[in-house]
Design a protein around this ligand. Structure first.
Ligand code: MG
Length: 258
């Protein structure tokens, strides 16, 4: 056998046997720890795109009048008054300003901005609502919006709620769908046809064997929210696929230095 072919063969064998751990970075709630940005703002999405990371994460709720919006917390504050997002009509919620002055974006606006992004994937989290019916409306509306814009191969779905991951898997059979809640093993996620787990770093420290088990089942592994240098290094060493972080530049630099 030609020596070059032989060496390539050995290399492939090595990669197959040990896995090619190319860890990638996801900016948690967008890249918001920077000038002019704010968590879950459209600016944070565009800034995540500009720093060349794999993904930009965001969170979604639906208002009682049926508008999917982008926000992390279950509530928002307007003139000192606490508004529960799933109970507040969109017109009122729209008056809330984010830390950078943007209004709370709708998912439609977010997707329109995302269609101009060059690099990032959008990691879309469904927040757990009071009723399954509202959740079902949200997931259906969001998946239709993604489909209408031809963005299906650029988004991934994540959720703590079993109802959400099951609905997303059903309505978007080809989309990556990850489970966040930390309580199910890769074997169980496999029976649900999910793409893998996206768990808190404490769960992964307690169950490091789940990383290999997931990979053996062809799943991918994401860990959140990994911000401190010592944690970033430990999680990189576990050979995970994605690190979700509030410090995307730091994680990217540490990965490049490996
Ligand atoms: Mg989130």
């Amino acid at each position: 056998m030609d020596k070059k072919i032989y060496l390539s063969f050995l290399f492939l064998l090595f990669v197959t046997a040990y896995g090619w751990s190319q860890t990638q970075v996801i900016a948690h709630r967008g890249f918001w720890k920077t000038e002019g940005s704010a968590q879950n703002s459209i600016a944070s999405l565009m800034k995540a795109d500009s720093i060349g990371v794999y993904g930009s994460e965001m969170d979604m709720w639906i208002t009682p009048d049926g508008i999917p919006v982008v926000h992390h917390d279950a509530d928002a504050t307007l003139n000192g008054e606490k508004l529960i997002i799933q109970d507040t009509p969109f017109a009122t919620l729209r008056k809330v300003k984010l830390a950078n002055g943007e209004p709370i974006p709708t998912v439609e606006e977010y997707l329109d901005a995302f269609s101009n992004c060059k690099h990032v994937k959008l990691i879309m989290e469904f927040k757990t609502h009071r009723s399954k019916e509202r959740e079902d409306v949200l997931v259906e509306k969001v998946i239709n919006m993604v489909r209408e814009r031809g963005l299906g191969d650029r988004v991934e779905y994540i959720a703590f709620g079993l109802n959400f991951v099951q609905q997303a898997r059903k309505l978007a059979p080809d989309a990556p769908v990850y489970y966040l809640n930390g309580d199910l093993s890769p074997k169980v996620l496999d029976t649900m046809n999910l793409s893998g787990f996206d768990y808190n770093l404490k769960v992964v420290y307690n169950k490091p064997e789940w990383v290999k088990e997931a990979h053996a089942l062809g799943q991918k592994v994401n860990v959140w929210t990994v911000n401190k240098p010592e944690d970033i290094q430990k999680i990189i060493d576990l050979g995970v696929d994605f690190i979700t972080t509030d410090e995307p530049v730091r994680v990217k630099e540490m990965l490049q230095a490996q």
